[in-house]
Ligand binder design. Structure first.
Ligand SMILES: Nc1ncnc2c1ncn2[C@@H]1O[C@H](COP(=O)(O)OP(=O)(O)O)[C@@H](O)[C@H]1O
Ligand SMILES: [Mg+2]
Length: 330
């Protein structure tokens, strides 16, 4: 478990982390999302001790991450594999030797049968059997990231830290890398911490997510909770979801579907039962891992507002009247 408690960190006068508290449980895939400059990479580097923090505590499995305790830090870093946007492979080494590198670095033998078997198994795991002898320049971006993933796993870490690991890859390749991370999480039981500015990444594989903005965690929870009905203006802006195009006549009511798929008939049922007209002004369906979540904005006449909201309450649908200020984009 990673416990982050009220962590602060400044670079000179610039406070980059302003009291971050989070708990990342064992065996989960945890996302940290936010805009560029939010402090995500800094937080990740504090977790694995690459960067010291000024205040608060970070504990990994109960052990405090502290820049002054070098021995604990070394042990900790062995437990944490890391991958980056830029892959960071050594061009003069082939795939096999790139993967073996951390073993060399930690003074482990790489020419024993066990070591060879381990490396070949990793090459197989990431699907690069036919590329073991290739140099990085002969590989595509997705293949390079696969090498980096294998390299990050060679010391058998308990955590895999990913910093914008798919940001340089196109969507199809990203999907492949994400399913590989998911397999690694499920089959090897490795806790995966994913830092990203890409919503797609969080939606596809993260069980829980923290939204970081300007050094502060604005919200934390299941992605579907955070992003289907974002409470905070900052998150709506991040999702480009200020519903500026909604009609200014009538009342705009947003309905939230929670993935059971049972709510959709409600809309047609409502039109029938209340014998009224309304328009659907905006709609969105989202895939979150296996479930579909959605939200719908209907525009009703002022005089129907009460009847409609009472109907929705009766049906147990979560709804919210969108205030005009939001409609005007203010
Ligand atoms: N080594 C550094 N020295 C000075 N400022 C830094 C350093 N690293 C990051 N920053 C600043 O800290 C802020 C957060 O950066 P970062 O953690 O990289 O954000 P993110 O990963 O969310 O894009 C940015 O304003 C960045 O310029
Ligand atoms: Mg970053």
């Amino acid at each position: 478990m990673v416990e982050i408690d009220n962590v602060r960190k400044s670079f000179q006068d610039l406070e980059v982390l302003k009291g971050i508290s989070l708990k990342i449980r064992d065996h989960e895939i945890y996302g940290i999302i936010g805009q560029s400059g939010a402090g995500k990479s800094t937080l990740l580097r504090c977790i694995n001790g690459l960067e010291p923090y000024d205040y608060g505590t970070i504990r990994v499995d109960g052990k405090k991450v502290s820049a002054t305790d070098k021995r604990t830090l070394r042990e900790l870093q062995k437990q944490m594999g890391m991958i980056f946007q830029g892959f960071n492979l050594l061009e003069r080494l082939n795939v096999y030797d790139n993967i073996a590198l951390p073993m060399k670095f930690w003074g482990k033998k790489t020419n024993t049968p066990e070591a060879k078997e381990k490396i070949l198994n990793l090459i197989k795991l990431v699907g690069l059997e036919d590329k073991a002898g290739a140099r990085p320049r002969e590989l595509s971006g997705g293949q390079k990231q696969r090498v980096a993933i294998a390299r990050a796993l060679v010391l058998e870490p308990r955590f895999l830290l990913c910093d914008e690991a798919t940001s340089a890859l196109d969507p199809e390749i990203t999907k492949g890398i994400l399913s590989l991370l998911q397999r690694i999480n499920q089959e090897l039981g490795i806790t995966v911490i994913i830092v990203t500015h890409q919503m797609e990444v969080v939606k596809q594989i993260c069980r829980r997510v923290a939204f970081l903005s300007n050094g502060v965690v604005l919200a934390e929870g299941r992605p579907e909770e955070l992003f289907v009905k974002p409470e905070r203006r900052e998150i709506r802006e991040f999702l480009h979801e200020e519903s500026a195009l909604l009609p200014s006549d009538g009342i705009n009511i947003q309905l939230f579907f929670t993935g059971k798929g049972s709510e959709e008939p409600v809309v047609t049922q409502m039109a029938r039962e209340l014998d009224t007209n309304f328009s659907i002004s905006w709609a969105k369906l989202e895939d979150f891992r296996k479930n579909v979540y959605g939200s719908l904005v209907i525009t009703v006449k002022e005089e129907d507002k009460l009847r409609v909201t009472e109907f929705l309450d009766k049906k147990g649908v979560t709804w919210e009247v969108i205030e005009k200020a939001v409609v005007d984009g203010k």
